[in-house]
Design a protein around this ligand. Structure first.
Ligand code: HEC
Ligand code: HEC
Length: 322
């Protein structure tokens, strides 16, 4: 209740709350006082004097006592509540309680409780934790809460978001504890510059694209690929002479069936023309070093049984959407 943007709203809320409670109290009081005055010529017989259908009449019995008391208790309760808890504009209440402080308290309490667990995990290497079911269970939860929205709940990734279940050859960096911890802690930016100037016009870009497709034995135009081969020297600085990539630069392997940014000539031409900046935000503001240690073990465990050509965006998937 302390986050109002203008000084008007606290008053608006406070006054309306108080007026509503007072109006309830007033209504109770008036209703309690009201008496029936008989219409002229009618006997005083404890009815309101209304008659329907000739003989249907309305009695004027008072509310039962217990019912009245419930109303009174409600009014007293709401006044007491507004004094003790925050509810009246920006008044913080006598207890100074807030959902935020309660949450902070819970988090502190929890981190004290799990501290010994994390201390035990931190004492071991990430590689050792890969076979520790307890660490993997904690790691999985961290992954679901912090990574799954981008990398998928199974770590399978999607277009632009790497598949973390791949074997090392299809990773951007080395599939090691060190690379994972470093990536999660500081984030990473994959950057390929636009290459159109170095390659030439559309025909040349199409040629290199076909050469790139030939590297993974994907369907391609032989003649274009042949002419594209010499143009690929402009790409070799990063992707390697053989197109197998360069993990130090984060340049992907172009010879496998895993396509981070989609498959097909049009996609590759667009890569060459526009380049690509692909960002993973640093997770260190959200996760502690101990948590990153554990989630890294979970990530490593995802690719234990992978095969070299596994991929989120496979040739089969993207050939449908050129
Ligand atoms: C906002 C989306 C987003 C979130 C959240 C995110 N990532 Fe990423 N991650 C990416 C992107 C995008 C890349 C690829 C960056 C690039 O192209 O270099 C990436 C790359 C990686 C890589 C490197 C993969 C490789 O092939 O070398 C690892 C490991 C990784 N993320 C793990 C994680 C973990 C673990 C978490 C959770 C703690 C996480 N990421 C959270 C978007 C995200
Ligand atoms: C300065 C280094 C550099 C150069 C030069 C370069 N690339 Fe790249 N390329 C990268 C990086 C880094 C990525 C990964 C971007 C990311 O992390 O998302 C990439 C990604 C790609 C991809 C996407 C791969 C996938 O899995 O989806 C293709 C295709 C590609 N490059 C083709 C080329 C071609 C063709 C050339 C030459 C015309 C070229 N690149 C030149 C650095 C480079």
């Amino acid at each position: 209740m302390s986050d109002f943007t203008s000084g008007f709203w606290p008053w608006y809320v406070g006054v309306i709350s108080l007026l509503s409670i007072l109006a309830c109290a007033l209504l109770l009081w008036i209703a309690g006082k009201a008496t029936v005055t008989a219409h002229p010529g009618q006997p005083i017989d404890n009815t309101t004097g209304h008659v329907w259908d000739g003989d249907l009449r309305e009695y004027n019995n008072p509310l039962p006592r217990w019912w009245m008391w419930l109303f009174i208790i409600t009014v007293v309760f709401s006044l007491a509540y507004l004094v003790i808890f925050p509810g009246l504009g920006s008044f913080k209440g006598l207890l100074n309680w807030s959902t935020e402080s309660e949450h902070k308290q819970d988090v502190t309490q929890l981190s004290v409780e799990v501290a010994p667990l994390y201390a035990a995990f931190s004492a071991q290497s990430v590689d050792a934790l890969v076979i520790d079911p307890r660490a993997l269970a904690v790691g999985e939860r961290l992954f679901m809460n912090n990574c799954a929205q981008c990398h998928g709940s199974d770590g399978g990734g999607s277009k632009g978001f790497p598949n973390l279940t791949n074997a090392n050859a299809a990773w951007l960096g080395e599939r090691t504890a060190e690379h994972i911890v470093q990536t999660v802690t500081n984030g990473r930016t994959g950057m390929m510059p636009p290459m159109a100037a170095a390659i030439g016009g559309e025909p040349e870009m199409s040629e290199v694209a076909n050469y790139v497709l030939s590297l993974s034995a994907s369907p391609h135009n032989e003649i274009k690929a042949y002419s594209g081969k010499k143009l690929f020297t402009a790409c070799a600085a990063c992707h390697g002479v053989d197109g197998k990539g360069n993990k130090a630069l984060g340049a992907p392997n172009l010879t496998d069936q895993y396509w981070l940014h989609g498959w097909g000539e049009a996609t590759i031409v667009s890569m060459i023309k526009n380049g690509k900046t692909n960002i993973m935000p640093a997770q260190s503001p959200k996760l502690s070093a101990e948590q990153i240690h554990v989630v890294a073990a979970y990530v490593l465990s995802l690719s234990k049984s992978s095969f070299p050509t596994a991929g989120a965006v496979t040739q089969a998937d993207t050939s449908k959407t050129p």
